[in-house]
Design a protein around this ligand. Structure first.
Ligand code: CP
Length: 305
């Protein structure tokens, strides 16, 4: 694997290798402190980010490498009209590996064809966010010890939430996984997820609107933000933004073993009163993201330890 553009490029076995590597990094950080000495990561972020950009940067520093890049299109020559392909080819002259976030679906794929160095999709429009899925998977593994036989509820903006699309794809390959897709009708998952992935592979799923009704059966609850930046009209956003707000009261019917995930940032969809619940895993997820990005950088740079 030379680039990571879509999580489905990785087999379950390769994902398990990354999880195992991340677990070893957690257990033995000193072993990896010089692993990328002399290497440079470029973070090319054409859209806002806190977790993804900073965790990539922290990951590279903790591997002994260096980081260059920009955090908004306005401070790059994209503002003068430079294409993604030319930007990627240019940055490939300076860096050993690139992490790119872009509002246009497919932009990291275009970059990967021109950069001459590995390119990681750090989120492309409403399409995919494979490294968030890596963070999600490590969190699930650390909480549950398995990816199999889980009922996974995904709640909120399932239409524009790129993390949802990548996570369903990845989890759909494990035995005994069942999805409960909880959203307003307007924000249901794109139809290709149903017609090209779930139905042809016989993966059990339900599309429902009530979080309360679904709650008792869930092993994982993956909450998501309504993606304001992808809406065409503010009135629709205002109408739908508070469709689901997770509170301690709503968790009363949940399993004791439930794990609550959220890719963050959160706006209003999880009450801060839930943060102290032992089932809340979303800040653990943030940290797990750094470890999985470290593991991914090592893999793509072919660093063997
Ligand atoms: N989860 C996630 O992608 O967060 P950021 O937008 O802050 O990077």
């Amino acid at each position: 694997m030379k680039n990571l553009i879509d999580i489905m490029q990785m087999s379950p076995e390769e994902l398990q290798e990354l999880v195992d590597r991340a677990m070893d990094i957690i257990a033995n950080p000193a072993k990896y402190a010089d692993a990328c000495r002399g290497k440079k990561l470029a973070t090319l972020f054409f859209e806002p980010s806190t977790r993804t950009r900073l965790s990539f940067e922290a990951a590279m520093y903790e591997l002994g490498g260096n980081v260059i890049g920009f955090s908004e299109a306005a401070s790059s020559s994209a503002a003068k009209g430079e294409s993604v392909a030319d930007t990627a080819r240019t940055v490939g002259c300076y860096a050993d590996i690139i992490a790119m976030r872009h509002p246009k679906e497919g932009a990291p794929l275009v970059a990967s064809r021109k950069a001459g160095v590995p390119v990681i999709n750090a989120g492309d429009g409403g399409h995919n966010h494979p490294t968030q899925t890596l963070a999600d998977l490590l969190t699930i593994y650390r909480e549950k010890g398995t990816f199999e036989n889980l009922t996974v509820g995904l709640c909120g903006d399932l239409k524009f939430g790129r993390t949802v699309h990548s996570l369903i794809s990845a989890m759909s390959r494990y035995a005994g996984v069942r999805f409960v897709l909880i959203s307003p009708e307007e924000l249901q998952v794109p139809r290709y997820i149903i017609t090209d992935l779930l139905e042809p592979n016989g993966i059990p799923y339900e599309e429902v609107t009530s979080l309360e009704d679904a709650m008792p059966e869930l092993d994982i609850l993956y909450m998501t933000r309504v993606q304001r930046e992808r809406f065409f009209n503010e009135a629709d956003y205002m109408r739908l933004k508070d469709s689901y707000i997770l509170t301690p009261e709503k968790l009363r019917s949940a399993k004791e073993s439930l794990s609550i995930l959220h890719p963050l940032p959160r706006v209003n969809e999880i009450s801060v009163a839930v943060d102290d619940d032992p089932r809340a895993c979303y800040f653990k997820q943030v940290l797990n993201g750094k470890y999985m990005r470290m593991a991914l950088i090592l893999k793509l740079l072919e660093v063997n330890i």
